[in-house]
Design a protein around this ligand. Structure first.
Ligand SMILES: Nc1ncnc2c1ncn2[C@@H]1O[C@H](COP(=O)(O)OP(=O)(O)OP(=O)(O)O)[C@@H](O)[C@H]1O
Ligand SMILES: [Mg+2]
Length: 311
């Protein structure tokens, strides 16, 4: 079956210009290196990795909100990498994004019904009355009753505002949702509610979700597959249970060790790997009949990719 979203060899170089008097210094930062990912229809793919590893850049490129330096983006099998503004518009409907602080973008002067209906208005779908009706339905789907339609963002809690952001993202019935740390700013109990909401909506609407998160316990409960990013590259990808029980890359293992541990004795026994140690500990695989001498992403099982050096 055609994947909902496919990223092929995506790279992103940010060109940085540091003004320093007469001599401005230029430098290039390779934020995403050769990332290939497949998000199958109706699945949730987790993207994890430490701060600065390139997760948001990858998600933004998938949406064409950041231009890739090279590589390809396919949505429902269509290559959208080079589409211009007008040609991209129908695909924009199919792809939506929810951020950690999406609700900070909610216009304080608009009612919740207006906020949720706005994408329908932008895309010219339906009459004003139909748009309002659909917005109220969507609010109900996200757990807010119809009476919320007339309220304003400042009247809501953080969790309720994130529900509104989700309602707004889903009103166009997108095929793909990029959720970039959507629960990071929320309390534990509210976080669980939003996760359950996403799971319900995913099943009900047949959504495919790229779920970006630092929070590995959330990732474990929500995703089907997990890709691990380290310094702009994918170093391991596998079914979620495989990642949590049979991780092979030292970076994945060190991330898993960083899951908060309640028992203080266990916490003390932990030791994190440094960057150099991780690089040095790149797995060596033999028996592949070739020797590469440098790390590359190898398919080690039907559903498991690992960055390793063949020898
Ligand atoms: N607009 C930009 N201009 C220049 N560099 C950028 C820009 N956006 C991101 N970067 C750099 O690219 C790298 C990857 O950033 P990115 O935001 O994708 O990481 P991330 O994995 O989402 O991190 P976090 O977990 O903190 O959100 C970082 O080194 C960051 O400083
Ligand atoms: Mg980010």
């Amino acid at each position: 079956m055609t994947p909902a979203l496919e990223l092929r060899n995506l790279c992103k170089t940010y060109h940085l210009r540091q003004s320093g008097g007469v001599f401005a210094r230029h430098s290039d930062h390779l934020a995403v290196r050769d990332v290939s990912l497949i998000l199958p229809k109706n699945q949730i793919l987790g993207l994890v990795g430490e701060s600065g590893s390139g997760k948001t850049t990858t998600g933004m490129m998938a949406m064409r909100l950041v231009e890739p330096s090279s590589g390809q983006i396919l949505v429902g099998g269509y290559d959208i990498t080079a589409l211009g503004h007008a040609a991209l518009k129908p695909f924009r409907r199919q792809m939506q994004v929810v951020f950690q602080d999406s609700y900070s973008a909610l216009d304080p002067m608009m009612t919740l019904a207006q906020i949720v209906a706005e994408p329908l208005h932008i895309h010219g779908l339906g009459t004003a009355a139909e748009q309002a009706e659909q917005a109220l339905d969507m609010l109900v789907k996200t757990g807010l009753d119809r009476s919320y339609g007339g309220r304003y963002p400042h009247e809501l809690s953080g969790g309720q505002r994130q529900r509104v952001a989700i309602a707004r993202a889903l009103i166009l019935r997108p095929a793909v949702l990029v959720a970039d740390e959507p629960t990071s700013a929320l309390d534990v109990s509210v976080k669980a509610q939003i996760i359950n909401l996403l799971l319900d909506l995913q099943a009900e609407m047949g959504l495919s979700i790229l779920f970006i998160s630092h929070d590995l316990s959330v990732v474990r409960s929500l995703t089907d597959k997990v890709a691990v990013m380290f310094q702009g590259r994918i170093v391991e990808e596998a079914a979620t249970e495989t990642i949590f029980t049979d991780a092979r890359h030292p970076y994945t293992r060190s991330l898993l060790q960083a899951i908060p541990v309640l028992n203080p004795r266990e916490r003390r026994a932990r030791r994190f790997l440094s960057r150099a140690e991780i690089e040095a500990a790149t797995p060596r695989l033999s028996g592949y009949g070739v020797s590469t001498g440098k790390p590359e992403l190898i398919q080690i099982a039907p559903d498991h990719r690992l960055e390793a050096i063949l020898q």
